[in-house]
Design a protein around this ligand. Structure first.
Ligand code: FES
Length: 106
């Protein structure tokens, strides 16, 4: 279980507990977090689960693989801290993770 804080582009934040084994995207969908559309359900075909990870977490999460990096290029306003939230599997190590959703999903 990890507490994850989702902040939208207008700075509204919501912290929820997400069970280990779910993805950060699934945690958002199951808890009605706005700003993550996840149109393809996590099959790496849409980039609408795009989020910005708080900088201090970038070294603590697994690096993005080539396919994810390519897909992020198609997301709305990608940044160096961009990730696809479906690629992030929740574990105790992610307790405290904070991320921001983009103004819109592509
Ligand atoms: S939900 Fe489609 S790539 Fe993340």
């Amino acid at each position: 279980m990890a507490k994850i804080t989702y902040i939208d582009y207008q700075d509204n934040s919501k912290t929820i507990e997400v069970a280990n084994g779910l993805t950060v995207m699934e945690g958002a969908i199951q808890n009605d977090i706005s700003g993550i559309d996840a149109d393809c359900g996590g099959s790496m075909a849409c980039a609408t689960c795009h989020v910005y990870i708080e900088e201090k977490w970038l070294d603590k999460i697994p690096k993005a693989e080539e396919a994810e990096i390519d897909m992020i290029d198609m997301a709305y306003e990608p940044k160096k801290n961009s990730r696809l939230s479906y690629q992030l599997i929740v574990s105790d190590e992610l307790d405290g993770l904070t991320l921001t959703t983009p103004e819109k999903q592509s």
